[in-house]
Write a protein that binds this ligand. Structure first.
Ligand code: BGC
Length: 348
């Protein structure tokens, strides 16, 4: 009797081995996860780096990545998101042009069962799944702190970013955290305070021209929200022979901004590691695509919910730590930043 059962047992064991091999095989060959990245723009230098590093990370993790950029147009960005949803992405990552308008894209993604990650800029008034950015209030605080160190009293100009970008509001909030007590004390006089549509350098230049005209060129310091707007303002200052004489901030460590810093026409920029935000976001997107839970260390309220958030740390950069921060991190090459500076004045 036992003798007859033996071949049957062998057969069962064999079937078991084959089945487990098949299931192992299925595990090591999962469905390729698809990530959609919807970008506002590729205009500022940083966004191309964001895109390239994000794409490379998703690919290195075996995922597929589809990227679309909306060139600053809300209707285009919504329809590009719809298109990504139709293409069956597992996660939608959005860098919104307009934080309010893109709530609609989040709603549409959720209707299709797709989670949404807001990258760098928050999406307002919606059930956003996750937000990955920098501490943007801190960015504004760093800008104002550096400028106040150089100009503790006098006439200040604030040139902000796009009012449709929640970050622009946070940068201003941070700057005002530092300036407000000094304004109250009467040390600082905020003589001009405007946002710049679409972060436009030419709008920022016009703002600076107006501020100079209205105050008979009596401007002591400028807080510009990023390097693009700083570039516009520096242009206006140079037309009045004031370049290098009026301290001015920036943000992004754009090559043009870094060059101005070592040449003495811009006082500081804020370095935000694009490699860190792009890599982190791509990894989180892949975890979400697998349906796994992402652990976050923070929440940020978007006027509807407290959105689980990961916030990275920004760093102030001046002439003194350009090499230690921007060059050392491989963001720019020493010879590119110091291109217009005599070699004996390069930072050692
Ligand atoms: C980003 C900045 C950038 C600006 C303009 C902001 O949301 O945080 O790094 O300079 O957009 O693109």
């Amino acid at each position: 009797m036992l003798k007859n059962i033996k071949p049957f047992i062998y057969l069962l064991v064999l079937c078991g081995i084959v089945l487990s091999l098949l299931s192992c095989n299925r595990k090591s060959d999962p469905k390729t996860l698809k990530i959609g990245l919807s970008m506002d723009t590729l205009k500022e230098e940083r966004w191309q780096k964001d895109r390239d590093i994000f794409m490379a990370t998703v690919k290195s993790m075996g995922g597929e990545i589809i990227v679309q950029a909306a060139q600053g147009d809300d209707a285009t960005q919504i329809s590009q998101c719809e298109n990504l949803i139709t293409q069956g992405v597992d996660v939608l990552v959005i860098i919104p042009h307009n934080g309010e308008a893109m709530a609609l894209a989040v709603k549409k993604a959720h209707e299709a069962g797709i989670p949404v990650l807001a990258y760098d800029r928050l999406i307002m008034n919606c059930d956003l799944d996750i937000y990955i950015s920098f501490d943007n209030v801190k960015v504004g605080e760093l800008q104002a702190t550096e400028i106040v160190k150089l100009v503790p009293e006098g006439n200040y100009v604030y040139i902000g970013g796009a009012p449709t970008d929640n970050n622009a509001l946070l940068f201003r909030q941070g700057a005002m955290n530092i300036l407000q007590p000094l304004i109250k004390r009467g040390d600082i006089n905020l003589v001009f305070d405007q946002f710049s549509d679409d972060w436009s350098a030419s709008v920022a230049q016009k703002h600076m021209e107006n501020a100079l005209t209205k105050n008979d060129n009596n401007i002591d310091a400028v807080i510009a929200a990023n390097d693009a707007t700083a570039g516009g303002a520096v242009q206006a200052l140079s037309e009045q022979g004031l370049v290098g004489k009026v301290p001015i901030s920036g943000q992004d460590a754009d090559i043009a901004g870094c060059m101005r810093i070592v040449e003495g026409t811009q006082s500081m920029t804020v370095y935000k590691s694009i490699s860190a935000i792009a890599t982190e976001s791509a990894k989180v997107a892949m975890i979400m695509a697998e349906g796994r839970v992402v652990l976050t260390n923070n929440t940020v309220n978007n006027n509807k919910i407290d959105v689980p958030s990961l916030l990275l740390t920004p760093v102030a950069v001046t002439k003194d730590n350009m090499k230690e921060i921007v060059i050392k991190d491989g963001y720019h090459k020493l010879e590119d930043v110091y291109k217009n500076v005599p070699k004996n004045q390069w930072q050692n």
